[in-house]
Design a protein. Structure first.
Length: 297
C-alpha cells in the first residue's frame, strides 16, 4: 500500500503556517518533499509527522492529516497517562484512547515506552479485573480490539523502511493466541528502521522454520505469553535454533519465557520489556543475508 502524501498547502494549513514558511523548511532539508510524475510537489505523511515530532511542533488542524483532535490538554505525568488510558479502555472510549496515544507519540514517546508503560500495564490490569469479575469479558475483548487498531494507526505513522533495511520476522508459538505483544515487537523494530513482519499468532515452530528458509531474515523473534506443552515447545524450539541459530539472532520474550524455560534453551537476547529490545537494536548490526531473499513490504 502506497503512503499518503499531501500538497505543501495542505501541510502548511495543518501546521497553521504560511506556504512560504513551509517551503523554506523543505528547501533547508528539514522536511522531505517529492515530485509526482506530473511534476506536483508532495510531502509524505510520515515525513510530516516525523518533522512535527522531532521539532515538537503542534498542529493547528490535525484533521487535515487524518489525525484526531489534539487540542485538549492531556495527562501531565506518565502515571496519569497510564491510569487514564486504562479507564478509557474499560469504558470502551476508543476515540479518546486514540487521541491519548497519538498525542503521546507526537510528543516524543517511543513505541517501546508506549508499549511498556501504557498499553501493557493497562491490559494486564484489565486481565486481573476480569479474573476478579470486576469487568465483563466483552470489555476485555473490546479493549484488545481498540489496542490493535491503535497499533495499526501507529504503524502508519512511522517512516517506511529503506529498500535495503534489514528484515525481521516473528510471531507467537502454538497455543499462544496473544497478538498485542508480537504486534508491539514489530512496531519497535520498524521504529528502528527494520522491515519487520509479524507472521501472526499460534504458529507451529516448524512453520516458522519454513518462513525463515523462504524469507531469509536477519533476525527472528518469538513472543511467548503462553505455552500449552512445555516439553513439546522446548523440543520444537531447540530444532528451530539448531537449524538457524548459528546465523540468526533469536530474540525471545513474553511472560511464559520464565527463568526455568530460558535455562533450558539457547537464544541471543531475552527481552522482558520492549525497551530492552530497543536498546539491543541501537547496537546490533546484522550480517549480510545469505542466498536470495523474498521481497517483503
Amino acid at each position: 500500500m502506497s503512503e499518503r502524501s499531501y500538497s505543501p498547502r495542505t501541510v502548511a494549513d495543518a501546521f497553521g503556517v504560511s506556504e512560504s514558511s513551509l517551503k523554506r523548511w523543505c528547501d533547508r532539508g528539514k522536511l522531505s518533499i517529492a515530485k509526482t510524475a506530473g511534476g506536483h510537489r508532495k510531502i509524505p505523511r510520515s515525513a510530516v509527522l516525523a518533522f512535527a515530532r522531532d521539532n515538537r511542533l503542534p498542529f493547528a488542524r490535525p484533521e487535515l492529516l487524518g489525525l484526531p483532535d489534539l487540542t485538549p490538554p492531556g495527562p501531565a505525568t506518565p502515571e496519569e497517562v497510564r491510569d487514564e488510558f486504562l479507564e478509557l479502555l474499560v469504558a470502551g472510549r476508543e476515540e479518546h484512547c486514540r487521541r491519548l496515544i497519538v498525542r503521546q507519540y507526537l510528543d516524543g514517546m517511543s513505541i517501546s515506552r508506549i508499549g511498556d508503560r501504557i498499553v501493557a500495564p493497562a491490559m494486564q490490569t484489565i486481565g486481573h479485573r476480569w479474573a476478579c469479575a470486576e469487568v465483563d469479558i466483552y470489555q476485555e475483548r473490546f479493549a484488545c480490539e481498540i489496542c490493535t487498531r491503535l497499533l495499526h494507526e501507529l504503524r502508519g505513522m512511522l517512516m517506511p523502511p529503506a529498500d535495503d533495511a534489514p528484515l525481521a520476522i516473528g510471531g507467537t508459538p502454538s497455543g499462544d493466541p496473544y497478538a498485542l505483544p508480537t504486534q508491539l515487537v514489530e512496531l519497535v523494530l520498524r521504529e528502528h528502521g527494520w522491515k519487520a513482519i509479524s507472521l501472526g499468532c499460534n504458529l507451529p515452530l516448524d512453520s516458522i522454520d519454513q518462513a525463515i528458509r523462504r524469507m531469509r531474515p536477519d533476525l527472528v523473534w518469538l513472543s511467548v505469553s503462553s505455552v500449552e506443552d512445555q516439553a513439546d515447545f522446548r523440543d520444537s524450539y531447540r530444532r528451530l535454533f539448531a537449524n538457524h541459530g548459528d546465523r540468526l539472532p533469536f530474540v525471545v520474550g513474553g511472560r511464559a519465557m520464565n527463568e526455568s524455560m530460558r535455562d533450558s534453551i539457547s537464544y541471543s537476547v531475552h527481552c522482558d520489556r520492549l525497551e530492552v529490545l530497543a536498546t539491543f537494536l541501537k547496537t546490533f548490526r546484522p550480517s549480510p543475508p545469505l542466498g536470495t531473499r523474498v521481497a517483503a513490504d
